[in-house]
Design a protein around this ligand. Structure first.
Ligand code: GDP
Length: 600
């Protein structure tokens, strides 16, 4: 498996890193638990190795679990390393050199539930990062009439099912294949796939009964061996390269890094460079920690100290000055290289993740660099500008920056998977900054979108409330109650809404003459402030005398100021009722016969 070259460097094949993604409740955690559990119950000592944040399943155990589907002699990759935290959130965190850190992914889809929003989001991420993946069509045991065959390969399971059960499952599986095709992926049941670089394999399985898990392991092993062997060739003794999974306080150690090491080795006392919120951190490894098997949680004796670890592995690194380290940031062992070069390398990788910010926009906080980048991408697509983007919990400074935004729609903090610090909570209460928090990106952006739409609607409503709107009405015959001071007449509203206190005009050819001002509206003897088209009301008009300026049968209009006419036509025409729009149009038409630019 390993060759030693003339310099004494060992070329070794490392374990492929596997991530599990999918919609909530589709069974990611159960699947990982089942794989770990079955591996352990295979009974062999060393069947699996628990790492920090990951579980290694050696080839031998994979082969035992997969039975005849995996013959260890066909493989020279050492097994599979499963990232323990499922979900595309951790997947986006796990990156290396701009791509996904996971070499291969399992997209879990509930056969009954089919494609859901997070399934689509996961697909999008997989496509963007160019990560090979298989689809685990999970929960096949819930098919009505299912005859469970615990731990068996899918073919054997299939043979044990009734015709109806098989038909029901097939229907669901083809739905999933259809969904994949809708998203532009050519897919088929995995045993029909000839070329996994062109087609996505679908593996029917149950994370509860273990049926189909042998197939999943066989596909993952086969795919890695066939298509990724070259990428797995590493200089295992070289300086370690990894990605920060989490920054965690540990009793007795201070801030520590949970790291996935994907290349080389890291040893105690070595100098490392880590991506931090304020630039690269240069520090020295104090301790390398691995979980102690069966250790009690939350005691200092949870960990074993080891002198060194090699890729691929999940490990905990204790070192001074790690407080500002960021989840998702690169970690590099310096070893015999030039320190400045390594710093530059880390800087370059951080720069690749930097988010473009605008002068005005929203504040974005996310828990990791990867998720921050994913947020930025999604916001860019939604054409939402960002004024500040940072990894970390919502802090008072975020609130004050959001508070200085010019537009209300930018007085906003979007927090992805983060908490709000107590000080910031207080500041939020005393400001008009809105906080949106979610652990699903599309949901977060949808919430924000809804807020914007609602705001716009409210703004239009206030504008509509304040501006004068067109209205056409007619003085009814035999409904003159008073000649003048004020003139009181019965009218029928023909179009629009008549409102009190507004000016009344009369058309004389293409000219309007102001005849007076409304000073009261009554509907069936009651005072009202307005009346809609179709209503008959009596109105008091200050100014004119019936028989002189106005008369029975006259058509009158509300005087529409030019500025208001312009706003109505250009911004609000979709918001006002049809009859009012008609009135507006004929008002504008008449005005424009004299002055073509009126209201433009
Ligand atoms: P996650 O949110 O994707 O991690 O989903 P979980 O692993 O927490 O599973 C959600 C629920 O589905 C749990 O109640 C599981 O017991 C159940 N579940 C997961 N996989 C299966 C399966 O293969 N068959 C059945 N019957 N239930 C399952």
């Amino acid at each position: 498996m390993s060759d030693t070259d003339t310099q004494g460097h060992a070329e070794t094949l490392r374990t492929p890193i596997v991530a599990v993604l999918g919609h909530v409740d589709h069974g990611k955690t159960t699947l990982l638990d089942k794989i770990r559990g079955s591996a352990v119950s295979e009974g062999e000592a060393g069947a699996i190795t628990q790492h920090i944040g990951a579980t290694a399943v050696p080839l031998e155990t994979v082969s035992q679990m997969a039975g005849s589907l995996v013959n260890p002699d066909d493989f020279d990759l050492p097994g599979l390393l499963f990232i323990d935290t499922p979900g595309h959130h951790s997947f986006t965190t796990l990156r290396s050199r701009g791509g996904a850190l996971a070499d291969i992914a399992v997209l879990v889809v509930d056969v009954n539930d089919g494609f859901q929003p997070q399934t689509l989001e996961a697909l999008d991420i997989l496509q963007r990062t160019g990560t090979p993946f298989v689809v685990a069509a999970n929960k096949i045991d819930t098919t009505p009439g299912w005859n469970r065959q615990d731990g068996e390969p899918i073919q054997k399971t299939y043979e044990a099912q009734s015709k109806q059960a098989r038909k029901r499952l097939d229907e669901n599986l083809y739905k999933i294949i259809g969904n994949l095709s809708d998203e532009g992926f050519s897919a088929d049941l995995y045993w029909r796939v000839q070329n996994f670089t062109k087609n996505i394999g679908v593996v029917p399985l149950s994370a509860i009964t273990g049926e189909g898990i042998p197939d999943l392991l066989a596909v993952l092993m086969g795919l890695s061996q066939r298509y990724m062997k070259e990428e797995m060739e590493i200089d295992v003794d070289g300086p370690g390269k990894g990605t920060v999974l989490e920054v965690k306080e540990e009793k007795g150690f201070g801030a520590t890094l949970d790291v996935v090491l994907y290349d080389g080795t890291v040893k105690e006392d070595e100098t490392i460079v880590v991506g931090g919120a304020n630039g690269p951190i240069v520090t020295e490894v104090r301790a390398i920690l691995q979980p102690r098997p069966n250790a009690e949680i939350r005691t200092e004796k949870r960990f074993n100290r080891v002198e060194s670890v090699s890729a691929a592995t999940g490990t905990k690194i204790a070192a001074p000055d790690l407080e500002d380290a960021m989840a998702g940031a690169p970690v590099r062992v310096v070893r015999d290289r030039d320190l400045d070069e390594v710093i530059a390398e880390v800087e370059a990788e951080l720069a690749g993740i930097e988010v473009d910010t605008a002068e005005q926009g929203v504040v974005v906080k996310a828990d990791t660099l990867g998720s921050l980048e994913a947020m930025a991408n999604a916001l860019d697509e939604a054409e939402v500008p960002i004024v500040r983007a940072e990894v970390g919990d919502v802090a008072p400074r975020d609130v004050s920056i959001a508070g200085t935004a010019r537009e209300d729609e930018h007085k906003v903090i979007l927090g992805f998977n983060v908490d709000v610090l107590p000080d910031a909570k207080k500041e939020l209460e005393n400001s008009d900054v809105r906080l949106f928090k979610h652990d699903v990106i599309y949901q977060l952006i949808e919430d924000y979108d809804e807020f914007i739409t609602e705001r716009k609607r409210e703004q239009q409503e206030t504008v509509l409330d304040k501006i004068v709107r067109p209205c056409r009405f007619r003085i009814l015959e035999d409904h003159v109650f008073r000649q003048n001071n004020p003139a009181v007449v019965g009218v029928e509203v023909l179009a629009g809404t008549i409102k009190n206190n507004q000016y009344v005009v009369k058309w004389d050819g293409n000219e309007t003459t102001r005849v007076g001002q409304l000073n009261g509206i009554q509907e069936q003897g009651e005072d009202v402030s307005q009346a809609r088209a179709g209503k008959r009301v009596s109105v008091a008009i200050d100014g004119p005398t019936v028989g002189r300026q106005i008369d029975e049968g006259d058509e009158l209009w509300i005087d529409l100021p030019e500025k208001h006419a312009k706003i109505l036509e250009q911004e609000l025409s979709s918001e006002i009722p049809g009859d009012e729009l008609e009135a507006l149009q004929s008002y504008l038409d008449k005005k424009r016969r004299r002055d073509p630019f009126w209201g433009k």
